[in-house]
Design a protein around this ligand. Structure first.
Ligand SMILES: Cc1cc2nc3c(=O)[nH]c(=O)nc-3n(C[C@H](O)[C@H](O)[C@H](O)COP(=O)(O)O)c2cc1C
Length: 370
């Protein structure tokens, strides 16, 4: 039986040690420059989170190619010129003994047309996104190879910038999650069809990156456990993908869900009672069980989505649903939430999951900044 204070004890992810089990899930903060460079405001923002004693911090998604931009003031990592800014960000976080991983993404069919210039939205298949009206172009073999190489280069740059790990964004309907989903990937070639074929794009990124960053540099994944739409990815299939990722050496799998078309599946609103919390818990349990059976403690599992109360978090760890507790919105309101928990000052995060934090002027809690 694990003890209650296990949340505040170190945990190993392969050879990487976190000082506690709290993770700040990737959160786009709208604080990069228009071109995608790290700004001083962004560094200050992450310094504050690191001062809050969070074990692992993942900044907002960074774009691996100009054709994959999904938001204004999104970070970019598609060229070496972005490395020095990220180095400064990493150094600021490391001063407080927090670890930091870079999340990398290509927007796929969830790009913003006005932000990708002359590029065409790309996806595994030409399936219209009803939330944006975009019908992407089915990627050619050449485009698949090109974008794959951009992901590989981004992993190399994350290592060069000093990040402790690089996280592949395989969730929320962006390109990598479009590949694993039967809803958005209708291909009949070696990139589609079976779970193995739909995972191939990601597995090849990992394999090719390994040759360049070595066996030691940790590669993580944020993985959809469901798309939240009919004919989409299911937890059972996601668990099979998770097994493939873990066998390929992915050392942390963060379980999430939802795509843009599905509405507020990823960041569910109005989480006010403990019963509403941890809304991907059953998928987390399935994925963790599958992964541990395949590779044992080599791969750890994090759970994100509506975690708010210490008692729920403790239960998640004790019952083997996940190894790490990941949060996004609670840290927008309370960057020092972990410290408050640790000091015994509170049992529950103040966040009311109103989603007022989405703000192109810079992410902020709508309740306290009124
Ligand atoms: C303002 C905002 C920005 C987000 N940006 C990202 C992102 O860049 N990458 C990502 O994987 N998820 C992103 N998410 C989703 C969160 O990481 C998380 O999966 C979701 O909010 C559920 O966790 P929570 O209930 O702790 O907020 C974002 C969510 C919010 C509210």
């Amino acid at each position: 039986m694990k003890t209650a204070n296990e949340l505040f004890e170190p945990i190993n992810i392969g050879k990487l040690t976190l000082k506690n089990r709290f993770m700040r899930s990737a959160t786009h903060e709208w604080l990069a420059s228009d071109e995608g460079f790290v700004t001083d405001r962004m560094i200050d923002f992450y310094r504050k989170l690191a001062q809050g004693d969070i074990g692992l911090i993942v900044p907002g998604y960074a774009d691996v190619d100009p054709s994959g931009k999904s938001s204004v003031r999104q970070g970019a990592i598609y060229d070496d010129r972005f490395i020095p800014g990220y180095q400064k960000l990493v150094n600021a976080v490391h001063q407080y003994d927090s670890k930091i991983a870079l999340q990398i993404v290509h927007g796929g069919r969830q790009v913003k047309l006005r932000l990708i210039g002359t590029h065409t939205p790309l996806a595994p298949s030409a399936v219209k996104d009803s939330s944006s009206g975009i019908t992407p172009k089915e990627m050619s073999e050449e485009e698949i190879q090109y974008i794959k190489q951009k992901f590989v280069e981004a992993i190399v740059r994350a290592k060069e910038a000093g990040f402790d790990a690089c996280q592949l964004h395989i969730a929320h309907g962006f390109l990598l999650s479009e590949f694993i989903s039967p809803y958005t990937n209708r291909r009949q070639d070696r990139w589609g069809g079976s779970t193995e074929n739909r995972s191939r794009f990601i597995l090849e990124i990992i394999r090719e990156a390994r040759k360049l960053v070595g066996e030691e540099f940790p590669i993580f994944a944020k993985l959809n456990s469901t798309d939240g739409v009919r004919d989409g990815l299911t937890p059972e299939e996601s668990a099979r993908v998770a097994r493939l990722l873990a066998s390929a050496g992915v050392s942390l799998i963060e379980v999430s869900g939802g795509i843009a078309e599905a509405g507020d599946v990823a960041a569910r609103s109005n989480i006010l009672e403990p019963e509403q919390e941890a809304y991907f818990a059953s998928a987390g349990r399935l994925i963790r069980t599958t992964v541990k059976q395949a590779v044992g403690e080599q791969t750890q599992v994090a759970l994100v989505g509506g975690l708010r109360s210490l008692s729920v978090m403790q239960r998640i760890i004790r019952e083997g649903v996940a190894d790490i507790i990941s949060m996004c919105r609670p840290f927008i309101r309370e960057p020092d939430l972990v410290l408050k928990f640790k000091r015994g000052e509170k049992e529950r995060a103040d966040c009311i999951s109103c989603n007022g934090c989405y703000s192109p002027k810079g992410v902020r809690c709508a309740v306290i900044s009124k």
